[in-house]
Ligand binder design. Structure first.
Ligand code: C5P
Length: 316
């Protein structure tokens, strides 16, 4: 059988990210608002004797062994739900080749690895004919990583816990983003360790109310995006600045340009745990803003994105 199944998953930006003090399990309680972006990774799967993967696009030098979240997602799905297959294959023998096309920056705070895991779950559920419900896919996603459930869901969502307990927020407005990519990545655990070292945890991190009020509120168009720009914020910016003065300098420069009204953007913030920097702007101005930012910071690459984008779906 050579059936091919194709799934597409979005990257994300955290419009707001509030972080509490470290829990006994080492994770940090989050209160966050995610927005899915139309920068997407694809996973194309076919039945094969074993589990194996390949990567094209960006990230071709990433490992393709058991350390890759794609293989871990496939194993978890097979071990947990392989018995649900309606194929005439013993569950332990379910295999696949997984071809990943990456466009979401690697180690950039845009959840590219999580998107690949989400696409893997959706594609293999179809290929292996497991007929799993969304809750069952969510259960696997939450085990694989804090951002994987949101990659499945997409749109705009409020996340608590580790970020995996999600509530979709109604959203009719389009947001434009220029994502400024840095060649040198930044490790998420290292940023959280620095957060602890600096003693930054909020007693109650549940303070994304202002952003949620704008998202679900009555304003439209540029007025809406202007209000949102004043409400955004990311508690991981301080530890990321401490680890990466170069990133701090870029954010400060953009912030000063925005305050002076010379950039035509609404806000700048760190994306997730960085080092990608997200600039919120009018959707019609993204290309000129991207060109201007690349001119100001010659070492950086600007990627244009809009949100909210659809969650993970099968490409028919
Ligand atoms: O869940 P995920 O694999 O994305 O997390 C990567 C790392 O980020 C964790 O191992 C942990 O060090 C840190 N983290 C955290 N608190 C969270 C989410 C992630 O400390 N809520």
């Amino acid at each position: 059988m050579d059936r091919v199944v194709h799934a597409s998953a979005p990257g994300k930006v955290n419009i707001a990210l509030r972080v509490g003090a470290s829990r006994p399990d080492g994770f940090h309680p989050l209160d966050t608002v995610f927005e899915a972006l139309d920068v997407r990774d694809d996973v194309v799967v076919q039945l094969a004797p074993d589990l194996a993967m390949s990567i094209s696009g960006i990230g071709e030098d990433l490992p393709v062994d058991d350390s890759n979240l794609v293989i871990r997602a496939a194993r978890l799905l097979r071990d947990r739900f392989g018995h649900c297959t309606s194929l005439d294959i013993v569950p332990a023998d379910l295999g696949a080749h997984l071809a990943v096309t990456k466009r979401i920056p690697v180690a950039g705070g845009m959840a590219g690895g999580s998107a690949d895991a989400a696409a893997t779950l959706v594609a293999l559920n179809e290929l292996w004919q497991l007929s799993l419900k969304p809750e069952q896919l969510h259960e696997c996603a939450a085990e694989l990583g804090s951002d994987v459930p949101f990659s499945l869901m997409g749109g705009i969502a409020h996340g608590i816990g580790r970020g995996e307990q999600l509530t979709q927020l109604p959203s009719s407005e389009t947001h434009g983003w220029v994502m400024l990519l840095n060649q040198q990545g930044l490790s998420t655990p290292a940023v959280f360790r620095e957060f602890d070292k600096l003693g930054l945890g909020r007693a109650t991190p549940d303070t994304t109310d202002d952003v949620r009020a704008v998202i679900s509120g009555p304003t439209r168009g540029s007025e809406h995006r202007g209000l949102l720009g004043r409400a955004v914020g990311n508690d991981l910016e301080e530890p990321a600045r401490s680890l990466r003065p170069d990133v701090a300098h870029i954010i400060d420069t953009i912030r000063a340009h925005i305050a002076a009204g010379v950039l035509g953007a609404h806000a700048v913030l760190l994306s997730g745990s960085g080092p990608t920097i997200a600039v919120l702007a009018e959707p019609s101005r993204l290309d000129s803003l991207a060109a201007r930012l690349e001119q100001l910071f010659p070492g950086l690459t600007a990627v244009v994105a809009t949100g909210p984008a659809r969650g993970t779906y099968l490409v028919r």
